[in-house]
Design a protein around this ligand. Structure first.
Ligand code: MN
Ligand code: MN
Length: 423
């Protein structure tokens, strides 16, 4: 006799006890429905609390903050054990203001689990400039609001100047010099992702810093001009500063032309205009990686839209950790790891989630509006394994023997990797 053949009433007596006031037959069914997983070893979750004071919580609390996290306050009964925190946010990140804009960041210093990606949220005012600079990490970005002019030079001396709008991406390979400028009355707001969790927006190689810390005679020899040409250089770096209207794009593009031509592949990409990779009644997924956004060789992205009631299906990513950025709506995610460990958290606009490579997860829309979030991976390609796809493409008897489900039930599982399923 297998362990699974032991009668449910004895195996799950704690759970049955928790609903003892219900009618006997209905109680068993209810307990089973609420007690998937392995709740008996050990018993976790409020459902197991039988003593009167087990659920008391008299200590200090900030209801406004605690209320944002219903799944941490009252985890589903299927949660078990513990795991490193996979929630972070720009909402409580310190803003560094300058005349011309601001930025805030969440790096691995703030978010220990986030080994692969450091995130920056930046706003540039009308004509506000993010100083010409470069860094040791690649920079991936998505425009969240407004318009922005980007400039970049590749390692063969081929320049690109382009204007991007909400929903557009850019990607600057590690070490390539670039700048950003907010355009028009809206200015620009965007999310940056560096392909290294240790990277910091406050620690980049700045044009003004280098010029200010190079001997004037060396500057003169290097640029072939008198050294007093540099008498007015800024002695403190600019980082973000207020600029002037840069004028028409075409004029800038003409001005930067090089005999070496333009970069063979653009450093920008329109993600929001991309047809969905997959679409169902529950939502859709748009994927940008090096297969379509050719220059983006170290960051792959999926922009996921989940309709109210929809679910980003149970899945995992075999190739890389997932760094999430929540753009609209609200969500609940459970991460599953060996142990077993399962932890459920809640996410809202401006929050960040993180799932280590190959750990199982789902993302559920818990609000009444569309949920929109980004999944970023430090990889040249997007990759995913769907649980329903695996089970529906394994020998049916094998799956039935694992889950004690009928052939009819198994036959109803999706077979086409829907990505987002209606609930
Ligand atoms: Mn940069
Ligand atoms: Mn995922």
């Amino acid at each position: 006799m297998t362990e699974d053949a032991i009668p449910d009433l004895s195996r799950r007596k704690i759970l049955v006890g928790a609903v003892a006031s219900a009618a006997a037959v209905g109680a068993v069914a209810t307990a089973r429905a609420a007690s998937f997983g392995n709740p008996d070893s050990p018993a976790e979750g409020r459902i197991n609390a039988r003593s009167r004071t087990s659920l008391d919580d008299p200590g200090p609390k900030n209801p406004a903050l605690a209320g944002q996290f219903p799944s941490f306050q009252d985890p589903p009964a299927t949660d078990i054990n513990g795991m490193p925190l996979f929630w972070a946010s720009f909402n409580n990140a310190h803003k560094r203001y300058q005349n011309g804009g601001w930025a805030r960041e969440v790096t691995q210093d703030d978010f220990a689990i986030s080994q692969d990606i450091a995130g920056v949220n930046m706003r540039l005012a009308q004509n506000g400039i993010r100083e010409m600079h470069w860094h040791q990490q690649a920079e991936w970005a998505i425009m969240l609001d407004g318009k922005c002019r980007i400039t970049v030079l590749d390692e063969q001396g081929r320049p690109q100047v382009a204007d991007v709008k909400t929903g557009d991406l850019w990607y600057f390979p590690a070490g390539l010099p670039h700048s950003l400028q907010g355009l028009g009355a809206t200015g620009a707001e965007f999310l940056l992702a560096f392909d290294n969790g240790k990277a910091s927006e406050f620690n980049t190689l700045l044009l003004s810093d280098w010029i200010a810390h190079t001997p004037p005679d060396v500057l003169a020899a290097n640029f072939g001009v008198p050294s007093d040409a540099f008498k007015d250089i800024p002695l403190d770096n600019l980082w973000i500063f207020q600029g002037q209207d840069p004028g028409p794009l075409a004029a800038d593009q003409r001005a930067v032309q090089s005999a070496r031509g333009a970069p063979p592949q653009p450093f920008i990409f329109s993600l929001s205009d991309l047809p969905p990779t997959r679409q169902t009644k529950g939502g859709f997924v748009q994927i940008a990686d090096s297969r379509n956004f050719k220059t983006s060789t170290t960051v792959a992205a999926a922009l996921v839209t989940v309709k109210p009631g929809g679910l980003r299906e149970l899945h995992w990513h075999p190739n890389a950790d997932e760094w999430q950025y929540y753009i609209k709506g609200q969500a609940r995610m459970t991460v599953f790891d060996t142990g077993p460990k399962a932890t459920t958290g809640d996410f809202r606009a401006g929050d960040i989630g993180y799932v280590k490579k190959s750990l199982g997860h789902y993302v559920q829309n818990t609000g009444g509006t569309d949920l929109v979030f980004l999944e970023l991976f430090k990889s040249d390609h997007y990759a995913e394994v769907s649980l329903s796809d695996w089970l529906s493409h394994s020998p049916p008897q094998l799956v039935m023997e694992h889950l004690n489900i009928s052939r009819e039930t198994l036959a109803r599982f999706p077979k086409n990797r829907p990505d987002v399923v209606p609930v």
